[in-house]
Ligand binder design. Structure first.
Ligand code: NAD
Length: 465
């Protein structure tokens, strides 16, 4: 790794080594490009690997293990009260992150990608300066600088956690208030309540996960009420004050005002793109109303030799979207025919049970006045779900009336994060209900629920009552 002290020239400079930037670097190098990859964190992997998806899924797995041990009672197996060694869990999570980051570094090295540590800023159409000295002159650049948690100026007391701090597992506070009931708020509320904290989750909207299909969210919320102490909707946090080691969180809702006492407060009110300190003016690039960089199907910006991928571009802030865009940008740069023309970007919320969907949802269909046929299959009617003792959930398949073209798949239940891949593939391949119903699904598995929901939509369900 080069520390940003010298000025160097390269064919392709990439800003940001997350799942957008490092994937673009690997693909471009494989296609013969000379690549310099710049990231202010010494290790590659970005927020996703170091302080997002990977540590959060490690902690979620720990919380699920604890829940599984409690639930085992149903099967006649009783464990003693668990003893949780936060140090041990922290070490496991750190090792997972370090191992994966080492792996990415090895892949970059093998392909001759030069990794430069430093904060990069465009100082001209073909040059980047690196904070602390040095710079890179390039023919092409890919902006993959990602996003960071939104900090509300009105709520800025010392010591507030964002997902970044919460995922380092500094402690398991007795009382935790979580502000924001979106992806991060829900996932981390479940982690900390699983570890023994008394959690109150405060959401501004009338629903948790606003915008996500209520049929799926309702099942998860019903289950979450058993583990999360307080679930508050239509509640807005107005003030957070610190008194000694305690936080006073003033919440306003329809019924009036309430002050919650907490030992920690986690802010999970959204993420914002890292586009404000990149010197984009020096490139002549403008941002959209959300501070994102508009791109075309090639992932090319309005400045033809500059590309952008991931959270800095419009669309969901998801690692897998960034990685797909990264491959497209690298391939287009290398002269290949490639385009981000994906029909579906799957989304997963790693709650308990998990929620996942791809393509059109029923809510969107109603909003856009798209006529759809919907097949629903409840997990309580599925053999494999019963053997697991996890029957809360359902699968929905949405299709076009007439030819049965699959338009969307949504689910809530165990392993939804894995099962959604079948729905996403069906959407990409332009599959119809017939494709789903005539494909033999192994029995007994959770995947049969997709086939069963498709049969319901097709009106040929043998297992429907
Ligand atoms: P989010 O947009 O999902 O949710 C933020 C929530 O905070 C919203 O529901 C909003 O109504 C609420 N809110 C805002 N201000 C509030 C206030 N003052 N009081 C109470 N509630 C308030 O944002 P997030 O959970 O921070 O996640 C950010 C992004 O990160 C997500 O959009 C997602 O793209 C990504 N992410 C994905 C995953 C995953 O794929 N499983 C996990 C974590 C994060």
């Amino acid at each position: 790794m080069v520390m940003g002290t010298l000025r160097q020239e390269t064919e392709l400079a990439i800003v940001g080594a997350g799942p957008g930037g490092y994937v673009a670097a690997l693909r471009a190098a494989d296609l013969g490009k000379e690549v310099v990859l710049i990231d202010e964190r010494g290790d590659p992997g970005g927020v996703c690997l170091h302080e997002g998806c990977i540590p959060s899924k490690t902690l979620i797995h720990a919380a699920e293990l604890l829940e599984a041990a409690r639930e085992a009672k149903k099967l006649g197996i009783t464990f003693g009260a668990p003893s949780i060694d936060l140090g041990g869990l922290r070490k496991f999570s750190r090792n997972v992150v370090a191992g994966l980051s080492r792996g990415v570094r090895g892949l970059l090295k093998k392909r001759g990608v030069e990794l430069v540590k430093g904060r990069a800023r465009f100082d001209g159409p073909n040059s980047l300066s690196i904070e602390g000295g040095g710079g890179v002159d390039f023919r092409h650049a890919i902006i993959a600088s990602g996003s960071r948690p939104v900090r509300l100026p009105s709520l800025t007391t010392d010591g507030l956690w964002t997902s970044r701090e919460a995922l380092t597992l500094p402690e398991s506070p007795d009382r935790l208030v979580v502000v924001g009931g979106g992806y991060i708020g829900l996932e981390l509320s479940l982690v900390y309540s699983g570890l023994g904290s008394k959690v109150t989750l405060v959401e501004f909207s009338p629903r948790f996960l606003p915008g996500v299909d209520p049929d799926l969210v309702d099942v998860m919320v019903k289950s979450a009420t058993r583990s999360i102490d307080g679930l508050m909707l239509e509640s807005s946090v107005k003030e957070i004050a610190q008194e000694g080691k305690t936080y006073q969180v003033r919440v306003e809702h329809e019924a009036g005002e309430q002050t919650l006492e907490a030992d920690r407060v986690l802010m999970a009110v959204g993420r914002q793109p890292n586009t404000d300190d990149l010197g984009l003016d020096n490139l002549g690039l403008s941002l959209d109303d959300n501070g994102r960089i508009p791109v075309d199907e090639d992932c090319r910006t309005a400045v033809p030799h500059i590309f952008a991928v991931g959270d800095v571009t419009p669309g969901p802030m998801l690692a897998h979207k960034a990685s797909r865009e990264a491959k497209v940008a690298a391939e287009v740069l290398a002269g290949q025919k490639s385009a981000f023309d994906n029909r579906a970007i799957p989304a997963v919320v790693y709650t308990s049970p998990e929620i996942a969907w791809a393509g059109l949802t029923e809510v969107e269909a109603k909003e856009k006045k798209i006529d759809v046929t919907v097949g629903r299959f409840p997990l309580k009617a599925l053999g494999r779900a019963r053997t697991l003792g996890q029957t809360e959930g359902l699968v929905k398949v949405l299709c076009r009336p007439g030819d049965g073209l699959v338009l969307g798949v949504g689910m809530v239940g165990p392993q939804a994060s894995e099962l959604i891949a079948e729905g996403t593939l069906a959407l990409e391949m332009g599959a119809t209900l017939e494709d789903l119903t005539t494909t033999i699904h192994p029995h007994p598995t959770l995947s049969e629920a997709i086939m069963e929901a498709a049969e319901v939509a097709a009106g040929s369900a043998v297992h429907a009552a």
